[in-house]
Design a binder for this molecule. Sequence first.
Ligand SMILES: [Fe+2]
Length: 284
Amino acid sequence: MEQNSGYPDIGLADGRVFVSFPPGHPGHRDLAYHRRRVTIAEAAFAAGPAAPAADITYTDEEHDVWRTVGAALADPHAKHACREFLEGADRLRLPADRLPQLREVSDTIEQLTGMRFSPAPGMLAPRDFYSSLAERRFQATQYIRHPSLPHFSPEPDLIHEVIGHGTALAHERWADVYELFGHAVRRLKSHDALSDVSKVFWFTMEAGLVTEDDEVKACGATLLSSCGELDNIARADIRPLDITAMQRQRYTVTGYQPVLFCADSFDHLEGTLRAYLTGAQDKR
Ligand SMILES: [Fe+2]
């Protein structure tokens, strides 16, 4: 997942994995949770960024978080999710009773669309994250959010990755747009251009809305992996899909979204992103 401020600091120093939670993170003073995060980050570093993810032996408490989130999302998905998300979910068929392994979700997606997941220990530099998409590879985390906050995670965890992004990657039209983000970032060299692409990714693939039969529906991974985010749509300032406006808009990664952008339809969203991603240029 892509790096941004407000997230934990995760990396390697002198051959040892470190995880540092910022103040306000639900795991900030939880030593057992901290140790768990280090263990799971170690597995991702050991596997490497392009290899299949190693299986994690998830605890009963972690499986409980998955069951809690999955049960709570069932009705909001039926009510708020766009058609393409529901089609992707039907193809992916994530288990309801246990956490899936990132590797097994990856295997299913690869059969469906040629996309696959590879392991990320935590946040990645944006260029690293986007570049792998050009190879139809999505670098994803394997840890589980803190159990005290099952319905909102301040950072992308396995639940966000497989419910939000995995469902989209199981849908051919969506998977192709993810790949286009990768090619655009590989072509663009400037920091400003990368920042612009990141904002468009955020307001579409993470927090996008589409109109369907005169109703606003969620299509972004951040919205669709959080009951709180789906509830918040009703309180958000919803604006028409506008690439330039997105690039000027501030957003939050550690709270609910105050401003969202809504396309006229999924076709409108897909067509707008294809045109933007194939035509984006470095600023001169
Ligand atoms: Fe995400």
